[in-house]
Design a protein around this ligand. Structure first.
Ligand code: URA
Ligand code: ZN
Length: 381
């Protein structure tokens, strides 16, 4: 049995040693390279196209399990559901992506299964999201093999994916057998950005990584999730469980506008079974939003989905508690390290304070967001 009131981090990354070594051996982006900074050698991570500021510092916090556990201990995090960080296998040819996906899934299962248990409990401290070889020219058989491998790995509770699919995005009909297999296996899909949006929008001023990370990442997630809704994926696979990074980007804010645009568009108006806002009720959102007002808002938007089931009316009361049950604590570790060395990372403390300060959430609901919701979603007990 899981002890009551665990703190569970569902948005926390790793570059497994096999993956980090592969990045180190590369001469083009994505890569890890050693450069001289102020006369000292430093490893830098270059993963974005037109990577700003010569990349970001990278070190063992990205691959060393002991450092992940030390970070968890320092912040009171009991359990982490760890995922490979972007850009996953996106840049590899199909045969290499296939092989590496299977190897990395096996590595991640071992990373979790050989890690520590919670004291006096059968619950482990580490669980994981596996990977699919989602690249152009991959075969469906290969994708289904990876889904099967993940579903059979006791400590892998879902899979992380970017937004490109097999080259044409996630609304590509070629992915239907993959959604069907994921749904049947009960795996959670963690949808995470990498590419942002067209960098021309950011202008010439050097703003470091602020614009691609603060805006580009969530805009990318917004677009990908919206395209999924528009493709009718949730009508075909109603039990698919999709967890959106960074609290769903701008989708909660734009969902009524989306619904209205659909209703007024002759191409799309009769395509979906439900109002667009109904499909927001299919989503889970991480609580990586850094502010209580944002968390309160997104949970309200998820709460009202039941009002938009076919046949309901706007007077239908929103089921308030449903929304907070779909929001889950995350840190985005090891990204967003503090600029000065301090005991606790601001990115973690702020997300925890935000959960504690949401107006209108009961203590039970806050406990759920901190951990109980994750235990239920991932069936960890
Ligand atoms: N930056 C990244 O590249 N990935 C993350 O997950 C967070 C920040
Ligand atoms: Zn992340």
């Amino acid at each position: 049995m899981a002890p009551a009131k665990l703190l569970v981090d569902i948005h926390t990354h790793v570059y497994l040693p096999r993956y980090a070594n592969m990045l180190r051996a590369r001469s083009s982006v994505p890569k890890i390279m050693t450069t001289l900074i102020d006369g000292k050698e430093q490893d830098r991570l270059l993963i974005l196209d037109h990577e700003p500021s010569g990349g970001r510092p990278v070190g063992p916090q990205y691959w060393d399990r002991d450092q992940k556990l030390a970070f968890m201990d320092r912040h009171g995090i009991d359990v982490s559901v760890v995922s490979t960080a972007n850009p996953w296998l996106d840049f590899l040819p199909a045969s290499q992506a296939h092989e590496l996906a299977l190897e990395l899934n096996a590595d991640l299962e071992q990373y979790c299964s050989t890690g520590p248990d919670m004291t006096d409990s059968s619950v482990k401290r580490l669980y994981g999201f596996g990977l699919l070889p989602l690249v152009p020219e991959i075969t469906t058989t290969s994708l289904l093999e990876a889904v099967k491998q993940i579903s059979e790995a006791p400590h892998l509770k879902g899979l992380i994916m970017g937004t490109r699919g097999v080259g044409k995005g996630l609304d590509d009909e070629a992915l239907d057998p993959v959604w069907a297999a994921i749904e049947a296996a009960g795996l959670v899909v963690f949808l995470h950005p990498h590419y942002g949006v067209d960098g021309k929008a950011w202008g010439d001023r050097d703003n470091g990584h602020v614009l691609p990370l603060a805006l580009g990442f969530p805009f990318e997630t917004t677009t990908a999730a919206t395209r999924l809704i528009l493709s009718g994926v949730f009508d075909r696979f109603p039990n698919l469980r999709l967890l959106l990074a960074h609290s769903g980007g701008a989708l909660p804010q734009l969902s009524s506008r989306l619904a209205s645009c659909i209703d007024h568009d002759p191409v799309v108006a009769s395509r979906l079974k439900h109002d667009a806002r109904y499909y927001l009720g299919k989503l889970y959102l991480d609580a990586v939003a850094y502010g209580p007002e944002e968390l309160g808002f997104v949970s309200e938007v998820l709460s009202r989905a039941n009002r938009y089931e076919a046949g309901s009316t706007l007077n239908e009361p929103a089921d308030r508690k449903v929304g907070s049950k779909k929001v889950l604590f995350g840190t985005d570790h090891p990204f967003f390290p503090p600029l000065q060395s301090i005991e606790k990372w601001k990115s973690v403390v702020e997300n925890l304070e935000a959960i504690s300060s949401v107006q209108g959430w009961t203590e039970d609901e806050k406990d759920g967001v901190r951990g109980g919701n994750a235990l239920s979603l991932f069936n960890i007990s």
